[in-house]
Design a protein around this ligand. Structure first.
Ligand code: PEP
Length: 251
């Protein structure tokens, strides 16, 4: 069954002092809400303390990146098996910041996706187009290629244990959100494209929207039939905002 979800992406923010009150406020305010999955993806170093704080709550935790390799001489990398040590249920792969700032191409992202799944961790596969690509009319082609690369490596059935996040680059951290209809168009393009390969996989796939989702625009986005929730950057660092977005989906 398709699961609704709000996932926070803290990016490279947070510290030991501030994480605790942020998480405590989220836990308290979302306590008992069961129909939606809530998740925070935090910097690696904070996983142990986040795990301690969130264990036995309805908030899951995950990482923002993972190595494509299982182990070996890869200085500075973190493997999926290491994430398992901290009971990460999810990991973001292919975030546009990883693709553009750290040179991750479709092949690398697909390998990371597969590495996560091999360790039993659900990858949140980010896809999306730049402003130039949108203006050039290649949005659908770009997204199709990003998803096709993963399917080529891991197979269509792998999407039964994955989440896709559509994040147009021009909307991330810019305060410029896609119109609900614009986002819906791409979400339904993704779902319909996958349905041609496997109708059940497509029907049950959770597809999140990400890109400047705030408490004042979350409801209209979440009302769209193919938007199953959000991947939230900036607003996930402010408890009241994140909680309001989570509640907008829970309604
Ligand atoms: C993100 O980092 O995935 C994101 C969507 O950021 P923001 O909500 O700040 O645009």
């Amino acid at each position: 069954m398709r699961r609704k979800m709000v996932a926070g992406n803290w990016k490279m923010h947070g510290n030991l002092l501030e994480n605790k009150p942020l998480l405590n406020a989220i836990v308290t305010n979302l306590n008992g809400l069961q129909e939606v999955s809530f998740l925070v993806c935090v910097p690696y170093l904070y996983l142990p303390s986040v795990q301690d704080t969130l264990r036995n709550t309805n908030i899951a935790w995950g990482a923002q990146n993972v190595s494509q390799y299982e182990k070996g001489p890869y200085t500075g990398e973190i493997s999926a098996l290491m994430l398992n040590d901290f009971e990460c249920g999810y990991v973001i792969v292919g975030h546009s910041e990883r693709r553009t700032l750290f040179g991750e191409d479709n092949r690398t992202v697909s390998e990371k996706y597969q590495a996560a799944q091999r360790a039993g961790i659900t990858p949140i596969l980010c896809v999306g187009e730049t402003l130039e690509q949108r203006e050039a009319g290649t949005t659908e082609q770009v997204i199709e290629e990003q998803i096709a690369s993963v399917i080529k490596l891991a197979g269509i059935k792998s999407l039964a244990n994955a989440i896709i996040a559509y994040e147009p680059l021009w909307a991330i951290g810019t305060g410029r959100t896609a119109l609900p209809e614009q986002a819906q168009d791409i979400h339904s393009f993704i779902r319909e494209g996958l349905a041609k390969q496997d109708a059940n996989i497509a029907k049950d796939l959770t597809i999140l929207y990400g890109g400047s989702v705030k408490s004042n625009n979350a409801s209209e986005l979440f009302d769209m039939p193919d938007i199953d929730g959000g991947l939230i950057g900036g607003a996930s660092l402010i408890a009241a905002d994140f909680v309001a977005i989570c509640r907008a989906l829970h309604q």
